[in-house]
Design a protein around this ligand. Structure first.
Ligand SMILES: Nc1ncnc2c1ncn2[C@@H]1O[C@H](COP(=O)(O)OP(=O)(O)OP(=O)(O)O)[C@@H](O)[C@H]1O
Ligand SMILES: [Mg+2]
Length: 260
């Protein structure tokens, strides 16, 4: 059965999109069939990092001009990419009904894929909580800053109180090294578990790296352009953690239920 992973964060600009893109391409490299769905509709930019120029986007799907399958753009390593379009999509009134239509559109593709990666907007917006609720795995991107901790805690609290989600995978981005990354995870886990009845699992780390900045400027994900690099290994380790992660069992309308 296909697995859905929502990539989220409390604070903006912590590296969600770059993580979602590299996670998706790494899963492709590991032989998985993957869709990357850009759900950051107002500020969609995953296509920039992927180096693709989508002709169709979710806006076409919502306007009834294309099926969800028809909105897919081929991306590196056989990845299927669904663009969040430009700010235009906001004009289509992204209410819960529109979100459920997207969910149904993505559900209809479940027999064709192994993984759906959803790049979410920052923070605990209605949209993010909707997609996190529908996903099997909530991946929270953390950086070692008090503001990131605070905002990630707010996201966890909202997901727990509003959607009863108790399991979260955490990755530390822009880390100094693996030791400090894990120490930061533990610090964050201790804070979260002191106040909320949640379980946090460490999924891995990506170091602070000028090569990553460079890859974004060149519009070539590092896991595609430098598959033998240490950074690509870090993404592979993250992907392997998530492949083994337990799926959330909270009661919700999920992307995938194994029926079609
Ligand atoms: N591991 C890293 N090392 C160095 N720079 C990084 C790393 N990850 C991300 N960045 C930098 O951070 C910037 C923001 O990354 P990204 O767009 O992925 O964040 P985001 O969380 O998706 O942002 P937003 O909240 O706006 O959607 C990138 O343009 C890149 O320059
Ligand atoms: Mg982003």
């Amino acid at each position: 059965m296909a697995t859905s992973i929502a990539v989220t964060s409390g604070k903006g600009g912590v590296g969600k999109t770059n993580t979602a893109v590299n996670l998706a391409t790494t899963l492709c490299r590991l032989g998985k069939r993957v869709i990357l769905f850009d759900a950051d509709f107002g500020l969609a930019n995953a296509h920039v990092l992927l180096g693709t120029n989508p002709k169709t986007t979710t806006a076409d799907f919502l306007a009834g001009k294309a099926s969800m399958a028809e909105t897919m753009t081929p991306a590196p390593l056989g990845l299927n990419f669904i663009s969040g379009g430009s700010g235009l999509i906001e004009l289509l009134n992204l209410d819960n009904q529109a979100r459920y239509r997207m969910l149904a559109g993505l559900s209809s593709l479940q027999s064709e894929i192994d993984y759906l990666i959803v790049d979410c907007p920052a923070g605990a917006s209605d949209s993010t909580l909707f997609f996190v609720n529908a996903a099997d795995i909530a991946l929270v991107v953390l950086v070692a800053e008090p503001t990131s901790f605070l905002d990630a805690y707010a996201l966890l609290k909202a997901a727990y109180l509003e959607k009863n989600i108790t399991e979260f995978s955490i990755m530390v981005n822009m880390a100094e090294n693996s030791k400090t990354a894990e120490a930061n995870f533990k610090k964050f886990r201790d804070i979260a578990m002191r106040f909320l009845d949640v379980k946090l699992h460490y999924a891995g780390m990506i170091p602070q790296s000028t090569a990553i900045r460079q890859s974004i400027i060149q519009r070539k994900p590092i896991s595609v352009s430098q598959p033998k690099s240490t950074l690509a290994e870090n993404y592979e380790s993250l992907a392997r953690h998530l492949m083994k992660a337990q799926k959330s069992t909270h009661d919700a309308v999920k992307f995938f239920d194994g029926t079609s």
